[in-house]
Design a protein around this ligand. Structure first.
Ligand code: KG4
Length: 333
């Protein structure tokens, strides 16, 4: 079964053709990051406008690269939330038009379910159940993945997402947007104990997280140093931030697997590309005998293939949308 999939929830426009859920025939992604970089973050209206400009050409590219025509497509999948509402609406409306014109089923896909599904593409042997650690620019959560379309959140950030924390601190350090990778490069060789940064303790939850205190502490450190004319150990600060974020995520993820009785953990989302987090996850999972799946960097960020993959499993579960499908900025997983 061939699925044509669309993703436009933030600042990547993507179209992909996926066969039977796991075989990616094409994955055309256009990042707008450069365009938003001058503003230090994503500007929602610009994102929507760029999606409008790019989506048709990306669709042609995805079909050509896959070596198929529109008529070969069996179903259309699209991210319908969560994300920037204007950005999502571009993908949703385009996907509806394609499904309507071709008279094919339309499958709505939750963005984070898609991120988790990126692991099915990278690892053919992976099957639920497992714990999904979803860490991106807009979300940070632990998901109990009981089945391909059966999942629930068991812990989430109470405030900022991990990626947002990286991005905001990067901005104060004068690094380009998105700040995760530049922060990682800056942390290289830095002393991760240089600056004592707070670790959040959530009184009434083992699995919920918080990143805003850490973000504020790091930002204040940088501002204070600047005001006092002190030299900031930028590399040390970047390494200390990465260590603090990782410590917020990794022990909770491993504990979640243990409590759910699972021997498998899969990471997902843009922040799952982070070297420190990957290394800490590897170490912790090895110690706890947990099988760890870390998607390749190309599948950590937003892409259409992951939506095509999850779309397949949603299709098998009978999930369909009609022409009244809307987009949702917030959406339960
Ligand atoms: O999943 P994604 O591409 O988009 C969302 O759905 O949010 O994630 C983007 C986030 C940004 O915050 C970016 O700074 C972060 O992923 N990121 C990283 C790294 N690469 C991307 N964060 C830490 N380390 C990285 N190497």
């Amino acid at each position: 079964m061939l699925i044509l999939a669309f993703e436009s929830s933030c600042d990547e426009t993507a179209a992909a053709v996926v066969r039977d859920g796991r075989e990616v025939l094409s994955d055309a992604v256009l990042s707008q990051a450069d365009m938003h970089a001058i503003y230090g973050g994503v500007v929602p209206e610009i994102a929507s406008r760029k999606h409008v400009e790019a989506i048709a050409a990306l669709t042609d590219q995805a079909l050509t690269q896959a070596g198929v025509t529109k008529r070969d497509i069996d179903a259309v999948a699209v991210t319908y939330g969560p994300g920037l509402i204007g950005a999502l609406l571009v993908g949703v409306n385009f996907a509806k038009s394609v499904a309507y014109a071709l008279d094919r089923p339309l499958i709505p896909v939750h963005h984070l379910r898609g991120h988790i599904a990126a692991n099915y593409i990278a690892f053919p042997e992976l099957e639920p159940p497992f714990i999904g650690l979803c860490i991106s620019g807009g979300n940070s959560m632990l998901v109990d993945v009981r089945g391909y379309t059966e999942m629930s959140i068991i812990g989430a950030t109470r405030d900022d997402a991990a990626g947002e924390c990286f991005d905001k601190i990067a901005r104060v350090l004068g690094l380009p947007y998105p700040g995760g990778k530049p922060m990682q490069d800056l942390a290289e060789g830095g002393d991760d104990k240089k600056y004592p940064l707070p670790r959040a303790k959530i009184a009434d939850s083992v699995f919920d997280m918080s990143f805003s205190g850490l973000k504020t502490a790091a930002v204040n450190l940088a501002h204070n140093a600047e005001q006092k004319g002190e030299t900031l150990d930028r590399s040390g600060l970047a390494a200390s931030v990465a260590a603090a974020i990782s410590e917020e995520l990794v022990p909770r993820a491993v504990e979640a697997a243990r409590r759910c009785g699972y021997d498998t953990l899969a990471a997902a989302g843009g922040v799952a590309a982070n070297k420190r987090i990957r290394a800490d996850l590897e170490k912790a999972c090895q110690e706890q005998n947990i099988r760890l799946y870390l998607p390749p960097l190309s599948l950590c960020g937003d892409n259409g293939a992951m939506i095509g993959c999850q779309g397949y499993y949603e299709y098998l579960a009978g999930v369909r949308a009609d022409m009244s499908l809307n987009a949702y900025a917030n959406l339960e997983i």
